[in-house]
Design a protein around this ligand. Structure first.
Ligand code: SF4
Length: 364
């Protein structure tokens, strides 16, 4: 866990308007030397400052095309800034405005624990039969482990293609950190639940019997996104009972029973584009983070857009990045102070890059 030093005055004392004004002034002073990236799940007042808005991979790739930008201010979470640092060109410095902006899901799979689990699997299966796949929502150390073992990174957009590729090679897939993306992806490929098992890192041999470990085609790490766990099949049914025309669109990090009931399933980019292209007057219930749902609703005033669960679903860690931290980061850069630089070094960098590049090669 990485902790952010507490901000002090004046950032703790200024109004939102004053913070926005200072951030704007600093942004203008930096000009082309900085690019600000805003993930879809960011607060609206932070998104306003984004030169680009999108999902984590798209933002990292866009930052790398900004040749004049010495600094990349990444309004997202830690693993996203790591990916931007790994994929950057030249000597860009990637800044995370609040070091406390981590990802609960990524933190559920530490590279050392995964390496231990791998050793337990290798005690049963030849290593050449196994292939690790990590969701991009994972630490650079875990991506490096995957790269070293011949595996690959995936996103919620390309998970189906990557997992299919691995299964077509005849491999048994070890998928982490998100059991739900793994399960939903394998089911979309026609695999039965009996062919996949849940690996609980808290238990010896993942809590599985010898026979299960021997027979399973896919091992799903017991991790999840707390935000996407807050949608339920009951909520979907209640929405449909009230509006039989409502369409349900869910992120594949949602649980299987929610995904099974959804009309459409896909990544944040897919959700944004699908609703934008839908017919005026249509109604949508969305299963993803609330800031994004609210933004889609605001940008599609000719449609009705609600959350599957209207009472929550903000990503607490993502939302640690606020105007105060953004203004602080930009003003630091104007003053020539480098704070909160995210840098992946050495072997981790080389192997994590390899795992990311394997994915990019398969995505063209
Ligand atoms: S929404 Fe979930 S997966 Fe995304 S950053 Fe937050 S905790 Fe991580």
């Amino acid at each position: 866990m990485i902790y952010q030093q507490a901000l002090s005055a004046p950032y703790t004392e200024l109004s939102e308007e004053e913070l926005a004004s200072r951030a704007r002034a600093a942004r203008a002073a930096l000009g082309d030397r900085v690019v600000v990236l805003a993930h879809h799940y960011q607060r609206p007042e932070v998104v306003t400052f984004g030169d680009f808005r999108g999902d984590s991979l798209k933002l990292a790739q866009l930052a790398a095309t900004q040749e004049k930008a010495d600094f990349v201010v990444y309004c997202g979470v830690h693993f996203m800034a790591e990916s931007a640092d790994i994929l950057k060109r030249g000597s860009q410095q990637v800044i995370l405005p609040d070091l406390g902006a981590g990802c609960d899901m990524a933190d559920m799979a530490e590279a050392d624990d995964v390496a231990d689990a791998w050793d337990e699997l290798v005690a049963v299966h030849p290593e050449s039969d196994l292939l690790p796949v990590t969701y991009i929502n994972s630490t650079a150390a875990l991506k490096a482990f995957v790269g070293k073992k011949g595996g690959v990174v995936c996103t919620s957009s390309n998970a189906q293609r990557i997992v299919k590729w691995a299964l077509d090679l005849g491999k048994r897939v070890f998928f982490f950190p998100d059991q739900h993306l793994g399960r939903n992806t394998c089911r979309s490929l026609g695999m039965s639940l009996e062919e996949m098992v849940l690996w609980d890192p808290e238990q010896t041999q993942g809590g599985l019997s010898d026979a299960s470990v021997k027979e399973a085609r896919v091992f799903l790490w017991k991790g999840h996104c707390p935000v996407h766990m807050m949608f339920s099949a009951k909520q979907v049914q209640a929405l449909r009972a009230r509006d039989r025309h409502i369409k349900v669109i869910a992120h594949p990090e949602c649980a299987m029973d929610v995904v099974d009931l959804a009309d459409e399933v896909g990544s944040t980019e897919f959700i944004v584009n699908t609703i934008a292209k839908s017919a005026p007057g249509s109604s949508w219930a969305v299963g993803t983070e609330m800031n994004l749902v609210n933004r889609i609703a605001a940008e599609n005033p000719d449609k009705r857009v609600v959350s599957i669960n209207p009472f929550m679903c903000l990503c607490g860690t993502m939302n640690r990045i606020d105007l105060a931290h953004l203004a602080w980061s930009l003003e630091n850069l104007v003053a020539g102070r480098l704070e909160n630089v995210i840098s992946v070094e050495g072997e981790d960098r080389a192997f994590a890059k390899l795992a990311l590049e394997r994915m990019l090669e398969m995505s063209v």
